[in-house]
Design a binder for this molecule. Structure first.
Ligand code: DGJ
Length: 729
């Protein structure tokens, strides 16, 4: 495993537990892609792997060697304005107006472990023995520009990460106009393109289409990774399913504008790429300056989509998420948002806390409306001081009263925003994203603060820190409820205006770093109108994300199933809410709502005081069940068994790391008359081992559970059944 360089053949071989990635320097200049797939030894005939041939109408970069064209050469980091007409990874504009970049291999360096990416979130290693990083320098000699490609191999976690640094070593200034973090050429187009589009309340649904000639891509131009598209794409073999077949996953560790796609060429090859979006992006590089692009996490699996997801989940649980809550059980919470919206006062919140404590809930989260004069969504964002009319004891007093009930206290913030009706906006009208002379379009009655400005970042850090330092707060929900418009900064000079969206992200990451590091005991959950910024960039700072504002149990099956393609359930906030559901208007059983939410970070989001005694008993049962399950489910391997996108049934199961505990859930959306036979068929168990159903005491053999399964019968709509099985001696 690790990284080897065959100096004679100039072959780089990156090996993880189950995969190999091969590149070669050819013609003394080009870094070409040879192979990515199942683990293998370095091939005896690398020339056989290399596709460097001439094509009709292809240009030959070397007049003395007509054997190849760049347009057909699988390249590791292609440039444009030359003779590879496929999508380039990088584009620059030099001061003389020229755009050509002729990158040639210079040298390489291999280091143990994984150095951090300055100012950016990224996966990490705890110990240098966990893998290695390869840096390959490519240079444009004429202009003195270096492009340093970095590849990190996570041996055991079975993943490869890539990023790119552009260094201007030349005399001239240049404008970086496009910079992909990864570009991978595949020699055929025999793949399906999978993406995870959505909308507010409908995040990360699954789309799968055949590749076709031309570009298929997904992107965000909204200033956030967005509800509309996730920075995650998959190329899957045509026959690939959950457990079989080749899959290539690309996930971007970035929370702003991105683009990810696949281009099928005239020669039926495919180029997959991922990086920051060149829409609304340009970066000035003066002599000696460099630009570090964010990271892409690449996973190959020969074991279908399930194999790919489990690899991402393990890596993200252990080597993306950080801090105390990486390894600790997450508390069961109740959030007052759907219970009260803005209509609450101190006594109401304390009574909710008392009820929550009685039911075994561990944390009360006070959502929007506790600050400034905010009684609806028209005012006060930015004015981070308590509303004493609503909360006469202040946050400290309220926190103490909640703790006295025996539970913890959490608080909502939306630090990146400002209401036009606020003291902050009155004082600093220039602190928001805006373009001189243009309207400042409001969305949810608010503007976005310009986090490309240091003083804005400082304000947010000190406002949030001072609240966390002065009240007993154990949890923070960090919300963000609009996208950019009239994109610009009133502080940056004209030639840097296109730097603003990325500078915003760098500012946001600094703010999140400083606040989370100053409060290591606080659990942070991110949110953006639900799951509008569910990406690995944010997960690096905050270990869980509110998956969606849509809390309907049926809708959540789709959202949580789609989200699980890349992200572990330990990253997903999932709450039981009231019926009829506020978003979908649907009435589902409390049991099903609980079973869906238990496949995530479990909680409630309703007014517990409205529950009947029978419903409270069911809540107590759910709370007890989840406390048992959270000992292993959040860190277990997930197996998706039946997809909501394919029918009336959804099923999934979780197998603990030591394979001794199993939690499985089966959901049926519509009731059926004369439904035929339904069974829950388990997977990945030991065929000869015995498993005991903790609830019924029934003992099954593994092969029985996997081959015959357990008969499931339901009556009515919106039904569910769960099993907790323990391997018995
Ligand atoms: C959007 C979030 O997704 C909700 O959960 C809630 O916190 C509201 N914002 C509050 O304004």
């Amino acid at each position: 495993m690790g990284i080897q360089f065959d100096a004679q053949q100039k072959i780089f071989h990156l090996q993880t537990k189950k995969t190999s990635y091969l590149m070669q320097v050819v013609k003394g200049k080009y870094l070409v892609h040879l192979y990515w797939g199942k683990k293998m030894e370095t091939p005896l005939h690398p020339a056989n792997a290399l596709v460097m041939e001439n094509t009709a109408f292809g240009a030959n970069p070397n007049r003395d060697d007509k054997s190849y064209t760049l347009d057909y050469t699988p390249q590791e980091y292609p440039t444009g304005c030359s003779t590879d007409y496929r999508i380039p990874a990088i584009s620059v504009l030099y001061d003389d107006g020229s755009r050509v970049m002729d990158l040639a291999y210079v040298d390489y360096q291999i280091v143990a472990g994984k150095p951090a990416l300055e100012g950016l979130p990224a996966t990490y290693m705890e110990d240098d023995s966990e893998g290695a990083t390869l840096y390959i320098t490519l240079r444009d000699k004429l202009k003195g520009v270096d492009v340093i490609l970095s590849y990190t191999v996570f041996d055991e976690f079975d993943a490869i990460t890539r990023s790119v640094k552009v260094v201007n070593q030349g005399q001239e200034h240049l404008l970086l106009e496009r910079v992909a973090s990864a570009s991978v050429d595949f020699e055929t187009m025999d793949y399906d393109f999978m993406s995870f589009p959505g909308s507010w309340g409908r995040e990360r649904h699954i789309e799968r289409t055949s590749l076709r000639s031309g570009i298929q891509s997904v992107e965000s131009r909204r200033g956030a990774s967005s509800h509309q598209n996730n920075p995650f794409i998959v190329l899957a073999g045509k026959k690939t399913d959950e457990e079989h077949g080749d899959v290539y996953g690309f996930n971007f560790v970035y929370s702003g504008n991105f683009v990810a796609g696949a281009e099928v060429s005239h020669m039926y090859t495919t180029r997959a790429y991922m990086g920051m979006n060149d829409y609304d992006f340009a970066w000035n590089l003066y002599q000696g300056e460099s630009f570090q692009a964010p990271e892409v996490v690449m996973v190959y699996s020969a074991e279908g989509l399930g194999g790919m997801s489990r690899t991402y989940h393990r890596l993200y649980r252990k080597r993306l998420v950080r801090g105390k809550y990486r390894d600790e059980a997450r508390p069961i919470l109740v959030n007052n948002w759907e219970g009260t919206y803005f209509d609450f006062d101190e006594e109401k919140i304390v009574s909710l806390a008392k009820e929550a404590a009685n039911l075994g809930i561990e944390l009360l989260v006070l959502d929007d409306g506790w600050f400034g004069v905010r009684n609806d969504d028209r005012t006060s964002l930015g004015d981070w001081f308590v509303n004493n009319e609503k909360l006469p004891s202040g946050l400290k007093g309220l926190g103490d009263r909640i703790h006295a009930c025996g539970i913890n206290f959490g608080l909502w913030f939306e630090p990146e925003m400002v209401s036009t009706i606020s003291q902050l906006y009155e004082k600093h009208p220039d602190w928001c994203i805006a373009t001189q002379g243009r309207a400042r379009t409001e969305c949810r009655n608010q503007l976005t603060l310009d986090l490309s400005r240091d003083e804005v970042c400082e304000y947010i850090i000190s406002a949030v820190n001072s609240i966390l330092d002065n009240a007993p707060i154990n949890y923070v929900k960090w919300d963000m409820n609009r996208h950019f418009s009239e994109v610009g900064s009133l502080k940056l000079p004209a030639h840097r205006q296109k730097e603003m969206p990325h500078r915003y992200m760098l500012g946001l990451y600094r703010v999140m770093k400083e606040i989370t590091e100053a409060h290591p005991d606080v659990l942070f959950e991110s949110c953006s109108g639900g799951g509008g910024r569910f990406d690995p960039g944010i997960l690096y700072y905050m270990p869980q994300t509110w998956t969606s504002d849509d809390t309907d149990a049926v809708e959540r099956l789709f959202i949580q199933y789609g989200t699980s393609m890349a992200y572990p359930i330990s990253a997903m906030g999932a709450h039981v809410s009231a019926v009829p559901n506020h978003q979908a208007g649907r009435v589902t059983s409390l049991k099903m709502r609980g079973d869906v939410a238990m496949s995530g970070n479990f909680g409630y989001e309703l007014d517990l005081m409205t529950f009947t005694e029978a419903e409270k008993e069911e809540v107590k049962r759910q709370v007890t069940q989840y406390k048992e399950l959270r000992e292993f489910v959040p860190s277990a391997d997930m197996y998706r068994l039946q997809s909501p996108f394919e029918g009336n049934v959804t099923a999934w199961m979780f197998l603990s790391e030591d394979k001794a505990d199993v939690f499985a859930a089966y959901f049926q959306i519509k009731g059926m008359v004369n439904p035929g036979i339904s069974r829950m068929k388990f997977t990945a168990l030991e065929p000869d081992a015995f498993y005991k159903d903790v609830e019924s005491g029934q003992i099954y053999r593994g092969d029985e559970l996997m081959n015959i399964g357990i008969r499931v019968r339901f009556y009515g709509d919106f039904q569910s059944k769960t099993w907790y099985l323990r391997k018995s001696m």
